[in-house]
Design a protein around this ligand. Structure first.
Ligand code: ZN
Ligand code: ZN
Ligand code: FE
Length: 332
């Protein structure tokens, strides 16, 4: 092991042989500024004002880099190590320093979707990128270090475990039924209707039957597509609308700006055939009522099993009502 002072910029991927998954070790990320009071790095500077609406910047504290240093540990089996090769980008979604997706104009939100699709294509075309993971963290309780509206992209050199599990189950389901698991889920949700929060011609948003987070919502395009790239003009518009509607719904639910994690699940970019997969967006807000947070603890972290304190159908009804209130104020 090298001397501690040289480890400031140490980064590598360490294999967990027990769980069968990678952990990204990035020493420099501990020096990230925490919610700086002045000088937002995402706000436009003088001559930039009005010049851009959405822009992509490199993450200043990347967990993965395109030209990584060699691994700093030299493990013996059963351990394994790899270079932390990947790309971490930030999508600055607007020039304004405050707000949520619902505060973006329809055109601005659509531009964000187009940028996501383009980054998925460009990053995914690099041979070392096996998965393009797009996500958005909102709110201090989620651990957001900068409040200026932004999403993040991690171009990963492996398929992350949660996606791997979804892919595996979708593949098995397809082999057995010759149908897409997610298309069947969408049909089941539309048929019952009791967990639907919002739906239009192209999109369906609902609380999953086996939701893990109290007000978890998933958004699916009705058409069977594997990524944003395959989505047509009107479908991208519809997704942009659905994202604004759902975030406005969350903010209307308890009349405060709701923190959340938003993730986009798309097919891997490792060259495999994932026709049985169906892209979607998932939202995990941490609140279980106006005052209390859901804290994943012993059974969630230690056993990997979620307990749901409540009834998903009742929470879906609350979200449906909040959606109606939100739609009154939202300019679609
Ligand atoms: Zn700013
Ligand atoms: Zn499908
Ligand atoms: Fe998913």
């Amino acid at each position: 092991m090298p001397e501690i002072k040289t480890l400031r910029f140490a980064m590598e991927l360490r294999w967990n042989p027990v769980l069968g998954e990678w952990v990204i070790v990035a020493a420099h990320r501990q020096f990230r500024p925490w919610q700086p009071k002045t000088g937002c790095p995402f706000c436009p500077t003088g001559d930039e004002i009005g010049k851009w609406e959405v822009r992509v910047v490199k993450n200043k504290y990347p967990a993965l880099v395109e030209e990584p240093p060699p691994p700093f540990s030299s493990p013996k089996p059963p351990y394994e190590v790899r270079e932390a090769r990947g790309i971490c980008e930030v999508v600055v979604e607007t020039q304004s320093h405050e707000g949520d997706l619902c505060d973006l104009s329809a055109e601005n939100m659509r531009k964000v979707i187009d940028v996501f699709a383009e980054r998925y294509r460009d990053l995914g075309s690099k041979d070392f990128v096996k998965y393009v993971f797009i996500f958005r963290n909102k709110g201090t309780v989620i651990g957001v270090s900068l409040h200026h509206p932004h999403s993040q992209i991690y171009a990963l050199p492996f398929i992350p475990p949660k996606i791997g599990r979804e892919m595996e189950n979708a593949r098995k389901y397809y082999e057995k039924h010759r149908r897409c698991l997610f298309c069947d889920i969408i049909s089941a949700e539309i048929e019952s209707g009791e967990r639907i929060v919002y739906a239009d011609r192209e999109m369906v948003a609902f609380v999953p039957y086996s939701a893990m987070w109290p007000y978890e919502v998933h958004i699916y395009p009705r058409r069977h597509v594997q990524s944003l790239l395959e989505m047509k003009d009107d479908e991208r518009d519809a997704l942009a609308r659905a994202l604004r509607v759902i975030t406005a719904t969350y903010n209307a639910l308890f009349d405060f700006s709701m923190p959340y994690i938003m993730v986009i699940h798309q097919a891997p970019t490792d060259g495999g055939n994932y026709e049985y997969y169906h892209m979607h967006v998932e939202f995990y807000p941490p609140y279980r009522d106006k005052e209390r947070l859901k804290h994943p603890a012993g059974v969630e972290w230690g056993a990997g099993t979620f307990t749901y304190d409540g009834v998903p159908e009742i929470r879906a009804k609350e979200l449906r009502d909040a959606c109606k209130r939100a739609l009154r104020n939202l300019k679609l």
